[in-house]
Design a protein around this ligand. Structure first.
Ligand code: DC
Length: 221
């Protein structure tokens, strides 16, 4: 059985690595950030909500969440990401989503002999005994540039691009701070995680580093 835990900052390359490892080893992949984003996007749709009932509302949405409705463009917006990070501080919401993640892990291990999960607390909380743990990070400038490229926007003026990049940097720094400093399951590298900086490497190079680690260790045992 092979369980792979991938944590790290947004746009560090952790999601792409998770997808590629899932394909390479034919094991299911769960992007746990999408679960928080899904709850956030439902909150944003509910215009009548106020901050008082946001905890109750997020838990209600989380209880009925299933894995099929996590592929949606609206989950990728900056507004959704901001709310996702804000609600991710609620321990009772995390408890509901953690149970769903563990259900996915058990089912995948049984049916496919393993799984890959990516998020913020996979190596520390969800899969503490994972076969391999990775923590992926990169410089804030590179991460913001990658996010901007994903958005596929054509800018008429260079200044507009610079301005959007600055905004992305600001938003990402804010979210990193919330994710790192929350008391419950903060974003932190597990003690036994391989820490990889992707500032100067691309997705294929990252995959190659990760598979070398995995296969090097697999032949050792
Ligand atoms: O990976 P992402 O950017 O899609 O995640 C969005 C937010 O969800 C992130 O800012 C924090 C939260 N999150 C979390 O707290 N724990 C996880 N395992 C995954 C995501």
């Amino acid at each position: 059985m092979i369980e792979i835990a991938i944590d790290g900052t947004s746009a560090s390359g952790k999601g792409t690595l998770a997808k590629k490892l899932s394909e390479k080893y034919s094991i299911p992949h769960l992007d746990t950030g999408l679960m928080y984003r899904k709850v956030a996007s439902e909150i944003l749709k509910d215009k009548g909500n106020n901050l008082k009932n946001i905890l109750e509302l997020s838990c209600k949405i989380a209880r009925t969440l299933n894995f099929e409705n996590l592929q949606n463009k609206e989950l990728r917006t900056e507004d959704t990401a901001k709310i996702a990070s804000e609600i991710a501080v609620f321990p009772s919401l995390r408890e509901i989503l953690n149970l769903k993640q563990l259900e996915f892990v058990n089912k995948s291990n049984e049916q496919f002999g393993g799984c890959v999960l990516d998020g913020r607390d996979i190596g520390t909380k969800i899969l503490p005994n994972a076969s391999f743990k990775f923590f992926i990070d990169a410089s804030i400038e590179i991460r913001a540039k990658r996010r901007l490229l994903e958005k596929n926007i054509t800018f008429l003026h260079e200044n507009d691009e610079k301005c959007m990049l600055q905004n992305l940097i600001k938003n990402m720094v804010e979210r990193d701070n919330i994710d790192k400093s929350r008391p419950e399951a903060p974003m932190v590298a597990a003690k036994d995680a391989y820490i990889i900086d992707t500032t100067a490497i691309n997705a294929d190079e990252l995959l190659s580093i990760a598979t070398n680690i995995i296969e090097g260790n697999l032949t050792k045992n």
